[in-house]
Ligand binder design. Structure first.
Ligand SMILES: [Zn+2]
Length: 446
């Protein structure tokens, strides 16, 4: 199985050469800087810290410099810590054991540390789970998380062939009276990691799409305002350089620290805090050479029927409303075709394309008015981050509207690589031509 078809051209372009150039530039910038060390980079010797290969940690005000530094030292990872209530952070590159030692030394209410999941860093499967208790009274959060773990263990066995024990799922809790909050970190056999956070995100979406309607409903909760239902799994965490709160840390000015949940406590009571800390890190492994798991997008992904418990905007008789694996994009398209609705979505993994068949909204950019009877469709090219309109009216069969930009917040997977070169090679143009031809064929034959 190959990954190229899911991520055409983009990740393949992360050339070593370019990376090396960036690293060299960053290094030079740090070394030649006359700024006070605390404002840019600082080599902090920790005379009291336990030895772990290297004793240095480096603190930066810029996240990318810390990430670049960590690339040079294989046993380094990147962390951030909040320095003010407005979310401002500094970034540290260093060995995790030293970072743990630093965190442990701080007073309990001063620990505001996050692991930075670098965009190209291999990482574990993890989940950020939360719901608001006041809008979901009487929902047994712990019990629902336990069911989710069972489903996950079954799915991992089926999809990846790994047999997982409950104790392989580290379950951290940071719940308050208002909010139920858990982090699940999955430690796979052989300490295997996924290729990067993007692959984890695709895997999680696939997992969710494999659930039955009933199973999905069980993990769906009213949102903060209480006006719509959503999964209690936060899908936005699988994005570029995500900061994920560490074990024993709280958010700035908050009391609630991430600690072992009751269920994990029962299973892992013999582990030290340091062991739990290392086990909880998303990007850390004792076995860095294990094969990385890649999730190819070329697999046929089935569409997820809409959860009937979710309110449907349209009042027309039971529209066959559908959702794709990209809820952010679905939501955006739904927004621009009000009062219409999405009748059907077709996902073409090999072309990274979503085709939305629209009903109840027939505005066509070709005739610049609504069609009387023929429907329109919207096409989203995920790899280019654009969308356009096409039309089922016979007079419009060759029409394609101009490309419009998909908002960045709808495509966290593109943001993962947004500092790379745009598509400019002949291959990219060939790809685009092929894609357009295939869509034209479909419309003509519809
Ligand atoms: Zn038209």
């Amino acid at each position: 199985m190959e990954t190229g078809s899911f991520y055409p051209a983009h990740p393949a372009k992360l050339s070593d050469l370019k990376r090396k150039r960036r690293l060299a530039a960053a290094e030079k910038r740090v070394e030649s800087s006359n700024l006070h060390p605390a404002t840019l980079g600082i080599s902090q010797l920790n005379p009291k810290a336990p030895t772990s290969g290297s004793e240095d940690t480096f603190v930066f005000t810029v996240q990318n410099l810390a990430l670049d530094k960590a690339v040079i030292y294989p046993d380094y990872r990147v962390f951030s810590f909040e320095i003010a209530s407005d979310g401002r952070r500094h970034f540290l590159a260093g060995p995790p054991t030293i970072v743990f030692w630093k965190i442990k030394r701080l007073k309990r209410h001063k620990r505001h540390w996050y692991e930075v999941i670098g965009q190209r860093c291999p990482c574990k499967l993890y989940f950020d789970i939360e719901f608001h208790r006041d809008k979901n009274p009487d929902r047994p959060g712990s019990q629902i998380v336990a069911q989710l773990k069972d489903l996950l263990i079954a799915y991992i066995r089926l999809r990846l062939g790994f047999i997982l024990e409950l104790s392989d799922i580290l379950d951290l809790e940071s719940s308050t009276n208002n909010k139920f909050s858990r982090h699940l970190i999955i430690n796979l056999p052989g300490e295997r990691l996924f290729e990067n956070n993007l692959h984890v995100g695709v895997f999680v979406r696939e997992f969710i799409s494999s659930l039955t309607e009933e199973e999905r409903r069980a993990i769906t909760f009213w949102d903060k305002q209480g006006d719509k239902c959503e999964l209690f799994i936060d899908l936005s965490v699988y994005s570029k350089n995500r900061n994920f709160r560490t074990y024993l840390s709280s958010k700035f000015d908050r009391q609630s620290c991430l600690v072992l949940s009751e269920s994990s406590h029962r299973l892992l009571s013999d582990l030290s805090d340091k062991d739990i800390f290392l086990k909880s890190l998303i990007t850390w492994t004792e076995n860095p050479h294990a094969d990385k798991i890649k999730i190819p997008g070329a697999v046929q992904v089935t569409l997820v029927p809409n959860d009937p418990s979710i309110k449907v905007r349209s009042t027309s008789a039971t529209p066959a409303n559908h959702r794709s694996l990209f809820p952010e994009v679905d939501h955006f398209i739904e927004g621009i075709i009000k009062p219409g609705f999405v009748r059907k979505i077709e996902w073409k993994a090999s072309l990274m394309t979503l085709e939305y068949e629209i009903q109840g909204y027939r505005y066509c950019y070709n005739v610049r008015r609504w069609h009387r009877s023929n429907n329109i469709k919207y096409i989203v090219l995920l790899n280019r981050g654009v969308y356009f309109q096409m039309c089922h009216d016979p007079d419009c069969q060759d029409f394609k509207s101009e490309d419009l930009k998909l908002p960045l917040n709808t495509q966290p997977w593109v943001q993962l690589f947004d500092d790379e070169d745009p598509f400019e090679t002949d291959n990219d143009r060939d790809f685009e031509d092929e894609l357009l031809l295939s869509i034209y064929d479909k419309v003509v034959n519809a």
